[in-house]
Design a protein around this ligand. Structure first.
Ligand code: ADE
Length: 248
């Protein structure tokens, strides 16, 4: 079945944008996923088709109106009741590879793109919306965050990535960054490929990659080690190593 993405935005012309190219673009052409956009402004009712207003309590910028967004959201929820509805906002919960996997395994994603200073909070109270952030920085709108979310999901859909295993060993899957990669030429600017990778000993290569993944995660992302535990640490004597799935 086609994985259905719907994006509610003030800038529908931004889509498919980067998602029309490479893996995602090919998959879109093949019908593995579909992309529909909705213009939020179509749900405004006043003469000026306004979707925002000044912030209650004062302050800079404008806030997206709950009543206009609710009409857009209700229309979408009625048409795609089984698809999770997500709002891209820096105030959302952090996007993780685990959530990407969950979404990719479902029927699709409906995405509301915020703009301006934010969205009237009452919308989140009144509708089943998952607020999602792609990182601790502020973009000028949710559209670029929607590209990120959709790209991460689409590449996991069956038939999109070349090798079926290529999604399983990559960064974050075991709670670690992925091991480093090398390819020809063997020597470049005086640097050589680690000898173990040329040994043909697959057990040794796997052990080296695992050790590198742990080492580099420690250095670059100690927060990931804290969250998942050190997968390399031996279990206490007599105790059995816990299943990998226990750690997520
Ligand atoms: N909109 C603006 N900044 C964002 C972020 N960091 N994540 C998701 N949506 C956003």
């Amino acid at each position: 079945m086609t994985w259905a993405a719907t994006v509610l935005t003030l800038y529908p012309e931004m889509f498919p944008g980067p998602l029309g190219h490479s893996l995602a673009g090919r998959a879109l052409g093949e019908g593995i996923w579909s992309l529909e956009t909705g213009q939020i402004r179509d749900f405004a009712t006043d003469r000026h088709r306004s979707v925002d207003d000044t912030p209650a309590g004062g302050g800079a910028g404008m806030v997206m109106r709950a009543d206009v967004l609710a009409r857009a959201v209700d229309d979408l929820l009625a048409r795609r009741p089984e698809v999770p509805l997500i709002a891209m906002t820096p105030r959302g919960r952090p996007l993780t590879q685990a959530y990407v996997r969950t979404l990719a395994a479902g029927p699709g994603a409906s995405i509301l793109c915020g703009r301006f200073e934010g969205i009237d909070e009452r919308l989140f109270e009144a509708r089943p919306i998952v607020p999602l952030s792609i990182g601790d920085y502020v973009l000028s709108g949710g559209e670029t965050a929607a590209f990120v979310l959709l790209d991460a999901c689409v590449r996991l859909l069956p038939g999109v990535m070349g090798a079926p295993t290529s999604g399983e060993e990559e960064s974050f899957e075991g709670g670690l960054l992925e091991y480093p990669h090398y390819t020809r030429p063997y020597e470049w600017e005086g640097r050589t490929i680690p000898e173990v990778l040329r040994s043909g000993d697959h057990a040794k290569i796997a052990a080296w990659r695992r050790a590198k993944a742990v080492e580099e995660t420690r250095l670059r992302r100690p927060d990931l080690i804290e969250r998942h535990g050190d997968a390399r640490r031996p279990p206490p004597s007599g105790a059995r190593r816990k299943e990998e799935s226990d750690k997520s």
